[in-house]
Structures are given as C-alpha cells and as structure tokens.
Write a protein that binds this ligand. Sequence first.
Ligand SMILES: [Zn+2]
Length: 74
Amino acid sequence: MSEKIITANRPLTCDLCGHTIPQGSKCRLIRDDFMPSLIYFEHLNCPSGPAVAQQNHIPNKPVINNRQPLPALA
Ligand SMILES: [Zn+2]
C-alpha cells in the first residue's frame, strides 16, 4: 500500500465513510502496490477513520504535576 495526499480534481467519494470529498479539497489517495488499479480515497480527517489518522497532530507533552517534595535530609 502506498498513500499520497492529493487535491481532488473532481468530487470523490470517501471509501471510509461514504461521504463526498468536495472538489479542490485535499484527500488521501491509497493505492495497492500489487493491484495498481485498486485506488481508494479518504478524507484527511475522516469522521469514521481512526483517531491516529490525523495529520500534523502533535500530542501535548505530559506534565508531571504530582511531584513529591525532596525528602528531608536531616
Ligand atoms: Zn470520510
């Protein structure tokens, strides 16, 4: 499988949710390496796609806010 981000040159149908990808918007093109005639289109942020499919998503760094005070030495 190879995937590429393309700009839709015509209204496409998302293969994950079945809704229309409007012309001119960016979407993901997925092609099967062994059967190049199989091409799938997906929204970049498809409402029915997995959460990990988000583009350019940088998770917040964890904040350690339950630090214990240093133990008293005396
Ligand atoms: Zn979709």
